[in-house]
Design a protein around this ligand. Structure first.
Ligand code: COA
Length: 156
């Protein structure tokens, strides 16, 4: 159960700066300019994207979930699929059910949009993120290592 003082709601425009603050905490390698561009992209297509936020006292945001509709996803058999693009709760607010409540909203949105499956991803090294997914009913369908090689100095 989420703390009584925390409410999960669909993102309002006035909450965009707070959402960007949390996005930056989840994806610190992404530049502010790129965050702003992605925010515009997400909000310009709310038929295919959804953002829910956890609002605490004094309107501060403690977490968010971003979901979208995918036609296919690793290990899934139906279409469309609700896809978790981002899921984050501030470190001091974790372990209190906020992540679970955010995910539940995203799943309800996916069901309302005709989805029968939900999919997501997490870095292999993100043990906590993987554990939280499993605790909330996700099964791990693949662990994939990605590789790169410069072809400039080192051709095959
Ligand atoms: C993943 C995350 C959003 C979960 O948020 P949260 O508010 O702590 O989640 P909840 O308190 O609702 O817990 C959800 C489930 O995860 C499990 N869980 C949470 N923290 C855990 C931990 N430290 N170790 C093991 N399991 C844990 C719980 O067992 C819980 O299941 P339960 O309700 O049956 O006990 C949060 O840990 C986070 O922001 N992590 C960093 C970002 C990230 O990894 N995102 C996911 C990949 S993009």
């Amino acid at each position: 159960m989420t703390p009584r003082s925390v409410h999960i709601v669909a993102l309002k425009r006035s909450q965009i700066p707070e959402w960007q603050r949390l996005r930056t905490a989840l994806w610190p390698h992404v530049t502010s300019e790129q965050h702003r561009k992605e925010i515009v992209d997400v909000l310009s297509d709310l038929e295919f994207n959804a953002v829910y936020v956890a609002v605490g006292s004094e309107r501060k945001l403690h977490g968010f979930v971003e979901a979208s509709l995918h036609l296919t996803a690793e290990g899934c058999h139906s279409s469309p699929i609700g896809y978790i693009e981002g899921w984050y709760v501030e470190p001091e607010k974790r372990g209190k059910g906020i992540g679970r409540a955010l995910l539940k909203k995203a799943e309800a949105w996916a069901i309302a949009n005709g989805c029968k499956e939900m999919a997501s991803d997490a870095e292999i090294a993100n043990v906590l993120g993987r554990e939280a997914h499993r605790a909330l009913g996700f099964e791990e369908v693949n662990t994939l290592a990605h590789f790169r090689k410069s072809l400039k100095d080192n051709p095959a």
